[in-house]
Design a protein around this ligand. Sequence first.
Ligand code: ATP
Ligand code: MG
Ligand code: FE
Length: 343
Amino acid sequence: MRVLGIETSCDETGVAIYDTEAGLLAEALYSQIDIHAVYGGVVPELASRDHVRKTLPLIHDVLSRAGLEIHDIEGIAYTSGPGLIGALMVGALVGRSLAETLGIPALGVHHMEGHLLAPMLSDEPPTMPFVALLVSGGHTQLIEVQGIGDYTLLGESVDDAAGEAFDKVAKMLYLPYPGGPHVAKKAESGNPDRFDFPRPMVNKPGLNFSFSGLKTYTLTTLQSLGGIHEISEQDVCDIARAFEDAVVDTLIIKCRRALEQTGLKTLVMAGGVSANQRLRASLGPALAPLGASVYYPAPAYCTDNGAMIAYAGAQRLLAGEQDGPLMDLRPRWPLAELRAVSS
Ligand code: ATP
Ligand code: MG
Ligand code: FE
């Protein structure tokens, strides 16, 4: 089945065509980062308007790249939540209208299921069951995955998401939005021994996270050096390194605990923060003593993209799922509410 996927939940317009027989046929991504960077974060109204401008041209683009006509598409998947309501509406309206015109099924897809299944697009995909660490701009969650749609929440952040903490720390350090990659870049030149940041909630039992205290700790450290206008480039790098090390360590400790608790031997990481090189380099060796293997998506499929939505939608459309007559968009939508795909 050839499925067109449309992602418009936040500040990236992503479109892709996934074929359940032949794999990914084409994809296109347009990032609105330049539009929002001047405001230091995503402006919802600007995001919706830009999705309106970009979605159709990107659909034309992927069709021509795949050498297909619109009539070759057999199903349409669009992100129906969680995300910004106005942004979600654009992808949903385009996707559903197209499907209606073509007489093919449409299906709203959970954005985080898209992230979670993105590692399945690799040449050597993980096999279920596994523990998934979802680390993105809006989520930090550990999920037990028994099958597609069979998800149990093991733990999550009680405050900021890891990506959000990266973005806020970047702001404190006067680094551009979105901050994750910029903090990581500075951390490369940072001295790991200069500061010792706390590893939040590791001494408490359970699998929840908290990143807001780490953010405050970063600010306090910055102030102890005289504030952003007084510190040197090396200070910025050292703080970035201490922060990154603390986040990476905390994530690793909780992943280890999740594997021990579930008895599973596979850890799959996904979402924007899983693009972080230090995290990617550290997780495998840290979990190897448990006999566990680690999987993560190619960097382009860590952050938002159309391919993950096309893939997730294709699995469900193939199993016969499709939208009812009403448009059901969910800006907030717990992943564990999804139903398992009947195979
Ligand atoms: P959600 O998926 O939870 O709705 P989102 O779609 O905004 O949120 P993603 O697109 O998955 O999130 O990821 C974006 C986040 O990933 C940002 O917070 C960004 O700073 C972070 N990020 C991207 N690359 C890196 C990196 N190399 N290191 C750390 N963080 C990163
Ligand atoms: Mg984004
Ligand atoms: Fe995302």
